[in-house]
Design a protein around this ligand. Structure first.
Ligand SMILES: Nc1nc2c(ncn2[C@@H]2O[C@H](COP(=O)(O)OP(=O)(O)OP(=O)(O)O)[C@@H](O)[C@H]2O)c(=O)[nH]1
Ligand SMILES: [Mg+2]
Length: 458
């Protein structure tokens, strides 16, 4: 998708359905003339020639001059607009019919329907924001927790772009010296390619490693994590599921085998958006429906990013507990043992299953230990990442570029005796690879994929 910016694009920018207001957005060189053709001001204001940013009150009319909707029209001249082009936002009444009528009116007057993400792509192509900032715009729209919103805001505001800028500056300075060394006689080399240069490269490498450390947390904030709650029947999985949701979502009963389906709900723990999955109690059974539930529980286990293994701390371990524990010890994702029913476990709760790094004594009924369980879950999901620090890398392609650039710098640092030509090659490669994060060197087809993820009107 290449957005020839000679044309003027338009789209409905608010979600479908009823709302207080709806917005039709226009961007491009003819945004003001097109808007002026369909708009009649209540106060006779001259829309195309008005100075600076302004709001107008009036009506959008059809070809015969009949009013389609009463609107507020926001005129935003470039470059101080979302796309850096002339932009008009028409605030209509928030219903599908008025929005469509206003959109049709501007399309009839020469605007073209925008493709998904085309407004943001224009902001990127006009140099108002870089690729990292553009991608953070999607994260802002899709943020499911306050922590995810904070992380997206930081990147949209240019935090990652500034990091990339200092990194590239460090590497470009080193490259300039190495390239000069290529042109100098052999005996001048030590002055240019000296300790300070390698020190600088090591610092750049550390900066990249730090950023990479935040990638896991960044991905989790953005995509969320699936957490499967598993255990034998009757240990209190559904009770714990409800307690973590602070809601009664799943049926709880003293009868083993109550839950037969897979029940999912969104939650937020430690700022990480989670999809909690309650499952049927694991046991071998003759009951076909219950067996189908156990199969669903196994599928939930396979798809989970973390597992809450619930056991009953008030009763001895059963064979079912031990079988499941043996299976979970081989899991490739973090497993947290929730030793439930602490309220009736007495002063000496029974020993926990061995071989798990995180175990918490909780009561789904009284809520005791719930907070510690949530902290343990967030900690095992976020791993070593510094949770207090805002993560900046949140996408696989960003982490991949950073890793490849770091490898180039690593090779340069560990090859002190290599020729300056080889050093220059590694540094040039690192610079180009880092440019993929901010968009300078991102291939067109990758840009198409990235902006294609946006909705129409963004
Ligand atoms: N005292 C006490 N009882 C609990 C606790 N958690 C659950 N229970 C009780 O244990 C019984 C089983 O609870 P559920 O939440 O239905 O257990 P489950 O693991 O989902 O059971 P299945 O769906 O059959 O696999 C119910 O009677 C709950 O009230 C707890 O922390 N303390
Ligand atoms: Mg249940």
């Amino acid at each position: 998708m290449s957005s020839g910016t000679n044309d003027t694009i338009a789209a409905i920018s608010t979600p479908p359905g009823e709302g207080g207001v709806g917005i039709v957005r226009l961007s491009g060189p003819d945004a003001f003339p097109i808007a002026a053709t369909v708009f009649v001001s209540c106060h006779g204001a001259d829309l195309p020639n008005a100075k600076r940013q302004r709001m107008f009150h009036g009506h959008v009319v059809d070809g015969a001059g009949r009013p389609l909707d009463e609107v507020l029209l926001h005129r935003m001249p470039g470059p101080h607009s979302y796309t850096a082009e002339d932009v008009v936002e028409i605030n209509t009444h928030g219903g599908t019919v008025p929005l469509r009528a206003v959109l049709d009116a501007v399309l009839r007057c020469g605007a073209r329907l925008a493709k998904p993400g085309e407004f943001t792509r224009r902001a990127f192509e006009n140099g108002r924001i870089d690729l990292a900032q553009a991608e953070a715009v999607i994260d802002l729209v899709r943020a499911r927790t306050d922590a995810a919103l904070r992380a997206a805001n930081a990147v949209a505001g240019g935090a990652l772009s500034r990091e990339m800028h200092t990194l590239r500056e460090r590497l470009a300075n080193a490259l300039a010296r190495v390239e000069a060394a290529v042109d100098f006689p052999e005996d001048d080399l030590p002055e240019l390619v000296d300790d300070a240069l390698f020190e600088g490269l090591r610092a750049a490498h550390q900066q990249m490693t730090r950023l990479l450390d935040s990638a896991r947390a960044g991905r989790l904030y953005r995509e969320g994590a699936a957490v499967a709650i598993v255990g034998r029947p009757n240990v209190g999985k559904s009770s714990l599921f409800n307690a973590l949701l602070r809601d009664t979502r799943a049926i709880v009963s003293p009868l083993p085998g109550t839950t037969r389906d897979r029940i999912e709900e969104d939650a937020s723990i430690g700022g990480v958006p989670l999809r909690l999955v309650d499952t049927a109690g694991m046991r071998s059974t003759e009951d076909l429906i219950e067996q189908a539930g156990v199969d669903l529980a196994r599928a939930a286990l396979r798809e989970a990013d973390a597992v809450l293994f619930v056991v009953d701390a008030s009763a001895p371990m059963t064979d079912e507990d031990l079988l499941l524990a043996a299976e979970l010890r081989c899991a490739t994702v973090p497993v947290i043992v929730a030793r439930n029913k602490a309220d009736i476990a007495g002063s000496t709760p029974l020993p926990e299953p061995e071989g798990f790094s995180e175990a918490c004594l909780v009561s789904a009924v009284t809520g005791a230990g719930l907070e510690a369980l949530e902290t343990a879950l967030a900690r095992s999901l976020l791993g070593q990442a510094n949770v207090a620090e805002t993560p900046m890398i949140s996408r696989m392609h960003q982490a991949d570029s950073l890793r490849r650039a770091a490898e180039c710098v690593d090779r340069a640092v560990n090859n002190r005796n290599a020729s300056p030509e080889l050093l220059a090659f590694e540094l040039r490669e690192a610079l180009a690879t880092l440019g993929e994060i901010t968009g300078e060197t991102t291939p067109e087809d990758l840009l198409d994929i990235i902006f294609g993820q946006f909705c129409i009107g963004k």
